[in-house]
Every structure is written in structure tokens, then in C-alpha cells.
Design a binder for this molecule. Structure first.
Ligand SMILES: *Cc1c(COP(=O)(O)O)cnc(C)c1O
Ligand code: SF4
Length: 341
């Protein structure tokens, strides 16, 4: 803890739902309506600002389904394809993160950019998370120093991607110190922040953060992770306007999720609303195979059909790239190219 002062977003975070009964009560639902798992090893965590966007009394609410621990997660993985397995760790580390680790907390898979795992913490626990089994606690903290040393020594790196967990879980002071280090590396040009915090705790976009990002000589990009148009509300819009005003480029990536956004109208509305908030749709990810999340999987042929329909209805710049991450590939790959469907 770098400061005894608690910012409003930190107070909001400590008020997040961490137990199912109060969340269900808030949503006017009965546990019996849902296949809930009361003692999942990946516990419930839902900020109130996110819960407030859910529809009361709807057990199929697409925002609720993203965060609700269900017994389905315990089912053994059916129908696994051998191409998704990278040895015995396939379902634990489906995208080869362990293999791509250059220093504790630093992953490099692609040319010119490296990903720094700044913290293991998140403001929300997403049931589909592909990193739910990654050993974050070991990657985070003071070992950032080794990742920074790696970046410093490789002049081919032009971009650093702050990831996690969620990098905006660091407070302004810790983030400022990290930026100081990155800004001192002459070959870096871009800073990219992947985060769900603006959606989960819009108050995280503090004046202090805005001032700090405004001062950075690096070109700043923020990728928010919205999966459904109803996540995009007025509080988020205000936070995004403030980021745009200081010149932060905004993009979105989503994960294609069965029962949540596997629908043309929903995906169209997501792109439309994002653009209305000055956010460019970037990626639509085909789900990574991870134990406990396979029930969210949309078959490849269906994913391609949805993407084709988006192309037929939207201007090209509102159609996110439909991709799958392949362990060992030199970029995220277009699904059309890598599927056998
Ligand atoms: C996804 C990812 C990136 C970013 O890829 P882009 O195509 O540039 O968005 C970078 N590094 C790692 C390790 C990744 O997993
Ligand atoms: S890393 Fe991202 S997807 Fe995973 S739980 Fe955290 S916020 Fe959700």
C-alpha cells in the first residue's frame, strides 16, 4: 500500500460483491433459479457499478453470466481438440504464456511489443478468463524490475502492454513510478493499457491518472474489454471522454461468449455504441480453451457466420477482427485461417 489515503475507486472496490447471497438479493434472484457454485476455487467478485448494469430478476442476464460461478465450470472438458493442448498444461495455460515468459511477469510473443503483468489483481472475476490458472502472485510485485530490465535491453521493443490481472488496479502512485521507468527507456514509443476498470469502476479514471497520462511522451492506447453493449453506460462514457481529451486512443476487445454476445444484433449494437463513445472495435476473440470455461465456447462455424453477418451490416471499421490465439504463432490469427470447421 503506497498511501493510507483511499481513493473513491478503492472504496468502491472494497464494496464489491464477494459473496453470492447479497448479489442474488440485489438482483432479486433465488439461488434455486441458477446452477450456482457456492465454493468455486475462483471466487465471485463483482463491483457494484457492474452489478447495477444487470437486469433485475433475469437469471440469463448477459452481464451476470460473465461473473456467476456455476457448477458447469466443474464439468470435465468435453470434445477437446489436440491442437489446443500444449502438453499436460494445455487447459491450464492454453495460449502458451508460460513458454513466452522472458522474465518474471514479462511475456513476449510478438515482434516489437511485450506484455508486462503488473499485478495479479482484478476488480472483477470473469468466469471465462483465460488466465484464471496463471500463477500471478509469482509474477507480480517487485519482480517487475526484471521485466523492465529485459525491455531496456531490447531496442526492438517499441511498445509495452500493461496487463495483468488489471494494470489499473495499481494506484496512481505505483502506476506513476512504473511510467517513470518506462519513459526513461529511449526506444519505447507506445504504452498500451488493457483494462476492464473503466467498465467496472469508472471512478478509477482519476484526475491524477489523467494528468499523468497527459504528461507521458509515450503514445497512449487504452483497450477496454467490453463484451456486451449494456456494459457501456453514461459513467463509462464520461471516463472515456476524459481519456479522449488527453489524446488516449481507445479500442475495445471482446471475447465471443455463448449466451452472452453470440448474436448479430448484440455484436452490432456493441460496435455502434463503442464508436459513439469514440472507441474502435479491435478484436473479437474466439475463446481460449481453459478448464472451467468451455461452456462459453461458440463453435468456429458459428463464430465465422456471426462475423460474416457483421461484415454484411457494418462499415468495415466497425467490424472487429475475429481471431484466435494460437500458442507459438507470431500474431493473433484470423479464425477463418486457423479453423478446421
Ligand atoms: C495479445 C498479446 C499481445 C497483443 O497483440 P496485438 O495483436 O498487438 O494486440 C502482445 N503480447 C502478448 C503476449 C499477447 O498475448
Ligand atoms: S484478467 Fe481480465 S478477463 Fe481475467 S478476471 Fe481479470 S479482468 Fe477478467
Amino acid at each position: 500500500m503506497s498511501s493510507p489515503f483511499r481513493a473513491p475507486w478503492q472504496a468502491a472496490l472494497s464494496g464489491a460483491f464477494r459473496q453470492l447471497p447479497p448479489l442474488l438479493e440485489f438482483l432479486e434472484l433465488e439461488a434455486a433459479q441458477l446452477p450456482v457454485d457456492l465454493d468455486s476455487s475462483f471466487p465471485l467478485m463483482v463491483p457494484r457499478a457492474f452489478a447495477a448494469k444487470m437486469r433485475k430478476g433475469d437469471p440469463r442476464d448477459p452481464l451476470l453470466l460473465q461473473v456467476l460461478p456455476t457448477l458447469t465450470e466443474r464439468l470435465p472438458a468435453p470434445g477437446l481438440h489436440s491442437r489446443d493442448l500444449t502438453g499436460a498444461d494445455g487447459l491450464i495455460d492454453p495460449v502458451g504464456d508460460l513458454e513466452a515468459t522472458r522474465a518474471p511477469g514479462l511475456l513476449q510473443k510478438y515482434a516489437g511489443r511485450a506484455l508486462l503483468i503488473t499485478t495479479g489483481a482484478c476488480a472483477v472475476h470473469c468466469r471465462y478468463c483465460f488466465r484464471r490458472h496463471f500463477p500471478y502472485a509469482e509474477a507480480a510485485g517487485d519482480r517487475l524490475r526484471q521485466g523492465l530490465a529485459w525491455i531496456r535491453e531490447d531496442p526492438s521493443l517499441l511498445e509495452v502492454i500493461l496487463s495483468g490481472g488489471d494494470p489499473l488496479m495499481l494506484d496512481d502512485q505505483a502506476l506513476g513510478l512504473l511510467l517513470n521507468e518506462l519513459e526513461a527507456i529511449a526506444h519505447l514509443r507506445r504504452l498500451r493499457i488493457h483494462t476492464r476498470l473503466p467498465l467496472m469502476l469508472p471512478s478509477r479514471i482519476t484526475t491524477g491518472l489523467l494528468e499523468r497520462l497527459d504528461r507521458t511522451p509515450l503514445q497512449a492506447v487504452m483497450v477496454i474489454h467490453a463484451n456486451h453493449p449494456r456494459e457501456l453506460d453514461a459513467a463509462l462514457s464520461d471516463a472515456l471522454v476524459a481519456l479522449r481529451q488527453i489524446g488516449v486512443q481507445l479500442m475495445n476487445q471482446s471475447v465471443l461468449l455463448k449466451g452472452i454476445n453470440d448474436d448479430v444484433a448484440v455484436l452490432m449494437e456493441l460496435s455502434e455504441r463503442l464508436f459513439a463513445m469514440d472507441v474502435m472495435p479491435y478484436y473479437l476473440h474466439q475463446l481460449d480453451h481453459v478448464q472451467g470455461a468451455l461452456h462459453f465456447e461458440v463453435p468456429d462455424h458459428r463464430a465465422l457466420e456471426l462475423h460474416r453477418a457483421l461484415e454484411a451490416h457494418l462499415p468495415g471499421y466497425l467490424v472487429p477482427r475475429l481471431v484466435r490465439e494460437i500458442a507459438g504463432a507470431d500474431s493473433k490469427r484470423p479464425l477463418a485461417e486457423v479453423t478446421k470447421a
